[in-house]
Design a protein around this ligand. Structure first.
Ligand code: SF4
Length: 396
């Protein structure tokens, strides 16, 4: 779903007035502050660890085609089946088709960003498939990492309900974006440490499963059938961007969202999808309709807090700036802004224009809509910098 600028403003206002969200956002922000205090102290060389993890992800994203082929070969060799989905509609269609083929009327689904991206709960409900918490023949889960050199899925959790859904049902359907790839099992420890340190204040996730296929002949548990729905859904559009593709180094720790002042005030709804906060501002214009959601990067205050806390050293605020540049390049800016900026420029380069008694009124009137009711356009200084400087330095 793309949220247009006007809807964005309405939802943002709703978010600002939503006390429940404010309490929730304050809560996660406080919790994250504590996590952050400990995160780096857990490691002897935290920066080295981050740089190594960053390099692994850089390799994976820049050579994704190679790793996807290797992953596909190894995953299917052990009996798993990959369903490639070019967009969310195809992914939803394939999941429902599979469930119908197997005569499934009840499925278990655990929460994941990819499931939210597909609006899976609603999709299952519309297909008259009950979505339960435990004890069904099918478990649908997300995935944290895809490990290329073993053709394996890595699922991390801190509760245990995902393990129930991957071990007991006959069929496990994992859903995941193609960007979750890492090159090798030897790299995994770096990501697990960073992920746990930045999400749950631990050294390692409480429970980590590495799944390399359905139940084999000599194994006693695990699903009889394993499917992986691998989703593109315009991720390759982001990857085409030389700079913005770096956002896919993300390990989904949520740190940047926890500290984002914009998210804190407006909540997740105005982003119009599964990706909210700073990551949403970078990927949404490419994954949705650029002409509709280009404004998301303009909502950023560029405080840089997201960049400071990111364990993968992603320069998120710079990527948001790149999106602004891209939206201008594509011509997605409001023409009204352009004319106002022209007018403002004209006024700013000529002091006599600012001295006119009409200047303040005109500016306030013209920018009222842009500034909204919450802000007031400041008054112009009555004397120019030149005059004040001369006065202060007693220059005649
Ligand atoms: S961009 Fe960085 S801070 Fe934000 S969720 Fe991803 S890894 Fe965490």
């Amino acid at each position: 779903m793309s949220i247009t600028f006007d809807t964005y403003l309405d939802l943002a206002k709703k978010g600002i007035n939503n006390k429940e969200h404010r309490v929730y956002a304050e809560g996660i922000s406080e919790r994250y502050q504590k996590i952050l205090e400990n995160a780096d102290s857990r490691f002897k060389f935290p920066e080295l660890l981050k740089r190594r993890a960053m390099f692994c992800k850089y390799k994976a994203i820049n050579e994704l085609e190679k790793y996807l082929i290797e992953f596909d070969f190894l995953f299917t060799r052990r009996g798993g089946r990959i369903i490639w989905a070019s967009d969310h509609e195809e992914a939803k269609k394939e999941i429902i088709k599979l469930l119908r083929e197997k005569g499934i009327q009840k499925a278990t689904k655990t929460d994941s960003k990819t499931a939210n991206e597909l609006q899976l709960k609603e999709t299952l409900q519309n297909a008259k498939i009950d979505c339960l918490k435990t004890e069904t023949r099918v478990g649908i889960t997300g995935v944290n990492f895809l490990v290329s050199d073993i053709g394996g899925l890595v699922i991390c959790e801190n509760e245990g309900n995902i393990a129930v859904n991957t071990s007991f049902p006959d069929i496990h359907i994992a859903i995941c974006g193609i960007e979750k790839m890492i090159p090798s099992l030897a790299d995994l420890d770096k990501f697990l440490h960073l992920f746990a340190a930045h999400t749950s204040n631990e050294m390692l996730p409480w429970n980590t499963q590495i799944i390399t296929g359905p139940r084999q002949e000599n194994e006693v548990d695990g699903p009889k059938e394993l499917y992986l729905v691998l989703i593109n859904n315009k991720r390759t559009e982001v990857m085409k961007q030389v700079k913005q593709r770096e956002i896919f180094h993300c390990i989904d720790c949520g740190a940047c969202t926890s500290v984002c002042p914009v998210y804190k005030f407006i909540g997740g709804e105005p982003y119009g999808g599964a990706y909210v906060g700073p990551v949403g501002s970078v990927v949404n214009p490419f994954m949705m309709d650029f002409s509709h959601v280009a404004h998301q990067s303009y909502a950023c205050t560029l405080c840089k807090r997201c960049t400071e806390v990111c364990p993968m050293n992603i320069p998120i605020h710079e990527l948001i700036l790149q999106n602004r540049k891209e939206s201008v390049r594509r011509g997605f800016y409001v023409t009204l802004d352009k004319s106002k900026i022209k007018q403002l420029r004209k006024m700013m380069i000529k002091r006599t224009a600012m001295d006119s008694w009409l200047a303040n009124q005109m500016l306030k009137m013209n920018y009222k809509k842009l500034f909204g009711n919450q802000k007031i356009f400041p008054d112009l200084s009555q004397r120019s910098f030149n005059v004040r400087y001369r006065e202060q330095n007693t220059i005649k």
